[in-house]
Design a protein around this ligand. Structure first.
Ligand SMILES: Nc1nc2c(ncn2[C@@H]2O[C@H](COP(=O)(O)OP(=O)(O)O)[C@@H](O)[C@H]2O)c(=O)[nH]1
Ligand SMILES: [Mg+2]
Length: 311
């Protein structure tokens, strides 16, 4: 069964930029800077865990919005997952945006359709994440939106195209809602992490969608982003050089070093990328190498879970 994903929100909210960032993951800045307003609905397809998805980017100009709401059964019905994008910087249009969401959900409720809704407070750029005003405004919006949580599973994310991790996290979290057993992967990683004192264990599909992850509690966002950027670099290298494994070592801003390994796993002709990160023991580098080797022992279990997930 093909699943349908809808990106909805006002014009200029950033929907097409988000989709472009997800599709490209690196080097999308130039393309994003040249985007034109989306005309009506732009569709594309992708596969995740063996399932085919149709992604619909609903142009948000008022004339299109009116059209979708006039013929909702033609446009909005049958969506399995909705990403609703709000330009968090555009305070003046918050009300307009909520009204639009309101109408969409009103229609869906009448039809007894209850897709999960991911609300993205977008353009939450790195340099304004600490800004009091925007945080206060977003919080107020979230409070207003909780009224939908009686009927809908609704999740909130702060995203920015200047933080690709925030985009991929929101996307992956949304998709994971459509796969029953997917949380077993993260649970397994939590178990494994106890044996190796890992900083991070993550599994991505070839397109960079997170299938499961474990982070050591209290690992700072700054460090997560640092590791993710490094991962993207390593994945790119693996693909360019046709490798199946790459070990690397890097340091955080505070000087602490970490070591990691990315391994390509292949099941049912699909490639998966396993990322494993530990702190480096500077006195005993041999120990670090041994731990990275030991992660191999956990692979059969992981393989088993992944095979259950692929549809
Ligand atoms: N500051 C900032 N601008 C963004 C971000 N995402 C998109 N934009 C800009 O917002 C504008 C509208 O983006 P677009 O993707 O076309 O919006 P759409 O109408 O919802 O598809 C463009 O000028 C983008 O460059 C973001 O995360 N931060
Ligand atoms: Mg657009």
């Amino acid at each position: 069964m093909v699943k349908k994903i809808g990106y909805l929100g006002l014009d200029n909210a950033g929907k097409t930029s988000i989709i472009t960032a997800i599709t490209k993951r690196f080097g999308f800045e130039e393309e994003v800077s040249k985007l034109m307003p989306t005309r009506k609905i732009a569709r594309d397809a992708f596969r995740f865990l063996g399932v085919e998805f149709i992604r619909m980017d609903f142009g948000g100009q008022s004339q299109y919005r009116e059209e979708y709401l006039k013929y909702p059964s033609k446009y909005i019905s049958g969506t399995d997952l909705i990403y609703y994008v709000i330009d968090a910087q555009d305070f003046n249009r918050y009300v307009e945006s909520i009204d639009y969401l309101d109408e969409i959900l009103l229609y869906l409720k009448e039809e007894r359709e209850y897709p999960p809704i991911c609300v993205l407070f977008h353009k939450f750029d790195p340099q304004i994440t600490k800004d009091k005003e925007i945080n206060k405004r977003i919080l107020t919006l979230k409070q207003a939106l909780t009224r939908y949580s009686l009927d809908y599973t609704i999740f909130f994310f702060e995203t920015s195209i200047y933080d690709i991790k925030s985009i991929m996290d929101a996307f992956s979290s949304g998709l994971s809602l459509l796969f029953d057993k997917i949380e077993m992967i993260s649970q397994l990683f939590t178990e494994i992490s106890k044996n190796y004192d890992a900083l991070l264990i993550a599994l991505f599909d070839a397109k960079g969608i997170t299938i499961g992850e474990f982070y050591r509690p209290h690992l700072h966002l700054r460090e997560k982003i640092r590791i993710y950027d490094k991962y993207l670099e390593v994945q790119k290298k693996i693909m360019a050089e046709n490798r199946t494994l790459l070990e690397f070592s890097d340091k955080f801003d505070n000087g602490d070093r970490y070591s990691g390994v990315v391994e390509v796993l292949n099941f049912s002709n699909l490639d998966f990328y396993l990322l494993f990160i530990i702190e480096e023991n500077s006195e005993d580098l041999e120990e670090t190498v041994q731990i990275l080797d030991k992660i191999e022992a956990a692979k059969p279990q992981m393989e088993n879970l992944i095979l259950q997930l692929i549809q």
